[in-house]
Design a protein. Structure first.
Length: 349
């Protein structure tokens, strides 16, 4: 039988809500059976301090730091809660870097990351757009992507959204969106649907770039000039992973929203969506699923998941942070990693 996958759980930015949601998640009865498979990566004394300061005034129970495994990654200096700074950026960078090194050495099958602040990484001298790019660089992969996954609590339907471009200024988006990029993202998504999610057939919906997908060239020409012809070629090449589009971006999310909320409708819809830029994809994801969507990095040699929210500095230390998206991230990491392990067992047989 397959052993359960081993998960690293990093604390994220210590000035944010990371430690609080980790302690809340690990106290959740749903996670109880998985506790022995999880190693928290971060500063033990900081965890102890947050536990002592919050345990008598939070809205949810906290796990006692003695009840779980920790890989102690002590930080250089005490960190005040509520504002990301160079010290908190240095700490969250070290937690993630430590977890990556251990995952690459085979000690972990998956990394679940609590949120970091990119601005704090920059203050600490680490110039990465986010955790995703550090994970990819350390793993030596060039093709990787940011995929958000959320299961509807109303209908059980799963919304999967890949971003074609991620953390770049809006003014750079149209230059970044090239036929080569879209083809690579579609291929990454196809492989992930096949290998990570076990779907041998899936429909993909792709959003246009311009209002009304260009309105036949009147509101932008990318769709007519190269996006629609590229999709035609793709559909010829991969009939099991057909792409619908380019769908006008303002209406693309109507059917997913119905599938999310309305169990009486039969939505024979798309297994995945490709959004052209960060907010085109993440506004609908967060409107529908802020408390449960999971950010997963596809294309890595190990599994990586993270909540869809950030460090929430405005509520850090108040005991009111919601751990739901982190809990979903832990479940998804375990699922995806079990799937990978099962496949590698079959491959070695
Ligand atoms: N996975 C990651 O590492 C992510 C990191 N970030 C980083 O987080 C920092 C802050 O970003 P913001 O845009 O302010 O987004 P945010 O998600 O941290 O906060 C947005 C709003 O949602 C609330 N919120 C967020 N998570 C919550 C939770 N678990 N429970 C209750 N309320 C919650 C906050 O209090 C705030 O009002 C930025 O530096 C950004 O780069 C943002 C998104 C993801
Ligand atoms: N908006 C998603 C996000 O900021 C996640 O970034 P990353 O740190 O996971 O790369």
């Amino acid at each position: 039988m397959n052993p359960q996958p081993k998960l690293a759980l990093t604390l994220g930015d210590p000035a944010g809500i990371g430690t609080e949601i980790v302690l809340k998640a690990l106290a959740d009865p749903l996670l109880y059976k998985m506790l022995s498979t999880i190693t928290v990566v971060g500063d033990r004394s900081q965890v102890q301090n947050i536990y002592l300061s919050l345990k008598d005034h939070t809205n949810l129970p906290l796990a006692d730091p003695d009840s779980f495994e920790m890989l102690d990654t002590a930080t250089q200096e005490p960190i005040a809660i509520g504002v990301g700074n160079a010290a908190s950026g240095a700490a969250s960078f070290t937690y993630l870097d430590t977890a990556i090194a251990q995952a690459l050495a085979g000690k972990f099958d998956a990394i679940v990351t609590a949120p970091i602040a990119k601005s704090a990484w920059k203050l600490a001298g680490h110039h990465y757009p986010g955790q995703t790019e550090l994970l990819a660089e350390r793993s030596g992969v060039e093709e990787f992507g940011m995929l958000f996954v959320g299961r509807s609590p109303h209908t059980g339907w799963i919304l999967r959204t890949l971003l074609a471009t991620v953390h770049i200024p809006l003014s750079e988006v149209t230059q970044a969106l090239t036929p080569d990029l879209i083809e690579r993202k579609l291929e990454l998504l196809r492989r992930s649907l096949l290998k990570d999610f076990g779907l041998s057939q899936a429909r993909i919906a792709i959003a246009g770039i311009n209002p009304h997908s260009g309105e036949q060239g009147q509101l932008g020409t990318e769709e007519q000039e190269w996006l629609n012809p590229l999709l035609k070629q793709w559909n010829h090449k991969y009939p099991d992973f057909p792409v619908d589009g380019a769908i006008p971006p303002d209406t693309m999310w109507v059917k997913p929203a119905q599938a999310w909320y309305e169990s009486d409708r039969i939505y024979v819809g798309h297994e995945a969506y490709l959004a052209m830029y960060h907010d085109q994809g993440l506004i609908p994801v967060k409107l529908l699923a802020f408390d449960r969507a999971v950010n997963t990095t596809i294309g890595l040699p190990f599994v990586r998941t993270s909540p869809d929210h950030g460090t929430a500095f405005d509520i850090a230390g108040k005991g009111i942070a919601n751990p739901a998206s982190l809990i979903e991230s832990i479940f998804l990491a375990a699922d995806l990693a079990s799937h990978h392990k099962a496949k590698s067992v079959v491959a070695n047989e």
